[in-house]
Design a protein around this ligand. Sequence first.
Ligand SMILES: Nc1ncnc2c1ncn2[C@@H]1O[C@H](COP(=O)(O)OP(=O)(O)OP(=O)(O)O)[C@@H](O)[C@H]1O
Length: 254
Amino acid sequence: MTTAIQTAAIQMEDVVVRYGEVLALDGVSLSVQPGRVTGLIGMNGSGKSTLFKTIMGMVRPDRGRVLIDGADPAVARRQGLVGYVPQSEDVDWAFPVSVRDVVMMGRYGRQGPTRRAHPADHAAVAEALDRVELTAYADRQIGQLSGGQRKRAFVARGIAQDARVLLLDEPFAGVDKRSEATIVRLLKELAADGRTILVSTHDLHALPRLADEAVLLLHRILFHGGVSEALRPENLARAFGLDGVDVLDHGDSA
Ligand SMILES: Nc1ncnc2c1ncn2[C@@H]1O[C@H](COP(=O)(O)OP(=O)(O)OP(=O)(O)O)[C@@H](O)[C@H]1O
C-alpha cells in the first residue's frame, strides 16, 4: 500500500465529500497512474467536478485522504504540479486577455509576486503555443477563438506550467472534430511524457480513441479498468441508471 501511494500520481483513499445534505463523493478510492490518459465518466451530478476540485485542493474531504505525487493537494497546486482545463461555462470569455496572456498564467507560480516574465517564461509560452498549434492566434483576445481553439489555449497553459497532473473537464464539449483529434493527439503525447492525464467526458464515442483506461463514477467508483470493458452495457447501466446502449446511441448522459 505504501508503495502505491508513492508511485501513483493521484491517490484517493475513502474520500467523502458532502455539501450540507448532499453526498457528492461517498467513499472514493482511486489510484490514477502517470503515463496514461484516464477517462472519467459519469452522469450529471455524479461528482466529477467535485472529484477534480478535491484533487486540486479546492474542496477538503470530510473523510479520507488525497495525495498528489505524495503531497497534499493544496501544496501540489501551489507548486504548479496540477494543471486544469476548465469547462467552457466556467470561463469569462469577454475578459480582456490575449491567448498569450492565458498561457503565460501557467508561469505565474515561477514568477513570484512581481509576475515579471523572464526570457525562459517567454520561451516556454512560445513552445506551448506551438505545441497546440496556436502561434498564429497568440495576440487574439481569448473570446475570439473557436471552441476547440479555446480548449487548446488552456491545454497550452498547462504545458507552459509543466504540470505533472493535467485535469480536463469536458474538453470536447462544443469542439469540432478536427480540434478534438488535435486535443486527443496532444493528450496522448503529454501522457507519453510521463504526465498523469484525467479527462471527464460525456462523449462515450470518443472514449476508445482518447483513453487508455476508464473510471465510471456515481458518487463512488463503480468501475476502473479497460475502456472496452467500461463500455459494456451492464457497466453503463450501473453508471447512468438506464440502458447503457441507449447512452452510447445518444452520446450523452443528460
Ligand atoms: N457548491 C455546492 N453546494 C451544494 N451542492 C453541490 C455543490 N456543488 C455540487 N453540488 C452537488 O453535488 C453533487 C455532485 O456535483 P458535481 O458538480 O460534482 O457533479 P458532476 O458530475 O460534475 O456534474 P456535471 O456533469 O453536471 O457537471 C450534485 O448533486 C450537485 O448538485
